[in-house]
Design a protein around this ligand. Structure first.
Ligand code: DGL
Length: 278
């Protein structure tokens, strides 16, 4: 059986790499919807439709389980498709996201628990959490709302960063990205009356690539969560609880794109950490 990983473009490769490293014996198929990326300017319905299209493609490739490694797609449509589409169209397949693992990590409360605050990784009351993400993810309040439900003592501050995905995908020079990130972090800190967050969620799978730039604008005491590794840990836990997704012995990796394979392959190593061919 194969595990699929879906993203609007190349950002999900940061998650794919963490999963590949964590599960060497499992088969992964990555699908980047480069032809339609970025999802930032698309409507909620378009994102929903494109995500379903991507999932159908991965299901055709014999993926019984797919990780939607795109916060935008997960924030805008994952719940709805898990509730309305999947049980009817593919009742035996499973689709997971990248937001739930981070919410669980920040609050220490399992997704399925009945919202009893049990802070684990963020112990102190009045902890402040910053979420930097795409406009869709911020507007959906997926991180903020779900954290609040589980741990109302955690203060969540969100900042939409609409320029970052296009800048990263187009391989913009560091100084251009740095000035954009600087502006977003300063804007968030201004709204926080100059305070720095205790924890920072880079809520877009493109951002691990520019984590060092975020770090420049955040003090050492701010813990920047790594969404790819948190997702890998969460998937390990899920697979332990679900023996219906058995491990294979081969450990193959395939990379598919709806866009131009040469172009996707050319920029892939920046996200994946080594050369790969779509
Ligand atoms: N990597 C996607 C995310 O995590 C970027 C979305 C986009 O294409 O705008 O949100």
């Amino acid at each position: 059986m194969n595990i699929g990983v879906f993203d609007s473009g190349s950002g999900g490769l940061t998650v794919a790499r963490a999963l590949d490293d964590a599960f060497p014996a499992r088969n992964f198929i990555y699908l980047g919807d480069h032809a339609n990326a970025p999802y930032g300017d698309r409507s909620v319905d378009e994102i929903y439709r494109l995500t379903i299209f991507g999932l159908e493609r991965l299901f055709q490739e014999n993926c019984s389980l797919v990780v939607v490694a795109c916060n935008t797609a997960a924030a805008r449509g994952l719940r709805r498709l898990q509730r309305e589409w999947l049980p009817v169209a593919h009742p035996t397949r499973r689709v997971l996201g990248v937001i739930v693992p981070v919410v669980e990590e920040v609050t220490g409360v399992p997704w399925t628990a009945d919202q009893k605050p049990l802070p684990r990784s963020v112990e102190a009351p009045n902890t402040t959490v910053a979420v930097f993400a795409t406009k869709h993810t911020v507007e959906s309040r997926a991180f903020a709302g779900e954290i609040y439900k589980r741990a109302p003592h955690i203060e969540v501050w969100q900042e939409a960063c609409p320029r970052l995905v296009p800048l990263i995908e187009s391989d913009a020079p560091d100084n251009v990205i740095e000035s954009a990130v600087g502006r977003y972090v300063i804007s968030l800190k201004d709204r926080m009356s100059g305070r720095s967050p205790d924890v920072c969620i880079l809520g877009c799978t493109h951002y691990p690539l520019i984590e060092p730039i975020f770090r420049k604008f955040l003090p050492f005491k701010t813990r920047i969560l790594s969404q790819p590794s948190v997702t890998a840990r969460s998937l390990a836990d899920y697979l332990k609880r679900h023996p219906e997704f058995p491990v294979s012995t081969i450990g193959t990796r395939r990379f598919l794109t709806t866009g131009k394979p040469e172009l996707a392959s050319r920029i892939a190593s920046r996200f994946y950490g080594r050369a790969i061919t779509f």
